[in-house]
Ligand binder design. Structure first.
Ligand code: PGA
Length: 249
């Protein structure tokens, strides 16, 4: 499978930030890994247009579960696809926390993404209290069971393991802890979708990934890339992470 370096810009960036994308595309004309940037919704269309001929794909950060309708402020998966997105993040812990999104909602969103022809980047991860209580795999198992629709395939689904306590904090699980969760993800996916689909699903680690720790994370078994927040905002930072992923092949 192609490894994936994905960037999540969150609520950062105006049109001025398109120059970072242009620089990113120029720095990686023929990458040996997939590159995805999920800018804020306002930038999806201009970014996709700017990068139409580049090896950097554009995604959304969230979509609504409904195909269309009276949902003020929301964006349908088909609208993201129409704007040029090829993927969308669903179930990010900031959405789960800030907007009360349950795994049932996340599953409906992932299903809507698949129906629109988008890759769903489905996020799971435990809080620090859950980890300290020894419940990490139980929590992630429950999130996986409820957040993944039946439409998941190797081609249309990416799973991001993002410990809530590692996001934007500079804190990181140990490499053994990452290996444990990623092995559990692969086994759980295989039990539900079969070995060959599960083997092809990219499993990303996310949470305080930066140039200085990327190489060691990418050496962990069953880590097929990263979902990067803060260190994806600037081309030079993210390029170093992309290079580390390419070097890990
Ligand atoms: P971070 O965010 O890299 O800034 O920790 C990761 C994420 O939330 O996807």
């Amino acid at each position: 499978m192609r490894k994936l370096a994905a960037g999540n810009w969150k609520m950062n960036g105006t049109r001025a930030a398109l120059s970072e994308l242009e620089a990113l595309a120029q720095a990686h004309p023929t990458p040996s890994v997939d590159i995805l940037i999920c800018p804020p919704a306002t930038l999806v269309q201009p970014a996709a247009a700017l990068l139409a001929d580049a090896a950097v794909a554009i995604g959304g950060q969230d979509c609504h579960m409904a195909r269309a309708g009276a949902h003020t402020g929301d964006i349908a998966a088909a609208q993201l696809a129409d704007a040029g997105a090829t993927a969308v993040i669903v179930g990010h812990s900031e959405r789960r926390e800030d907007h009360g999104e349950t795994s049932d909602v996340v599953r409906e969103k992932a299903n809507a993404a698949h129906d629109a022809g988008l890759i769903a980047v489905i996020c799971v991860g435990e809080t620090l209290a859950e980890r300290d209580a020894g419940h990490t795999l139980d929590v992630i198992g429950a999130q996986l069971a409820a957040s993944l629709p039946e439409t998941c395939t190797a081609a249309n689904t990416v799973i991001a393991y993002e410990p809530v306590w590692a996001i934007g904090t500079g804190k990181m699980p140990t490499l053994d802890q990452i290996a444990e969760v990623h092995g559990f993800l692969r086994d759980t996916l295989a039990a539900r979708f079969g070995d060959s689909e599960a083997a092809g699903m990219r499993l990303l680690y996310g949470g305080s990934v930066k140039a200085t720790n990327a190489a060691e994370i990418f050496a962990v078994a069953n880590v097929d890339g990263a979902l990067v927040g803060g260190a994806s905002l600037r081309e030079d930072d993210f390029s170093q992470i992309i290079s580390a992923l390419q070097d890990a092949l």
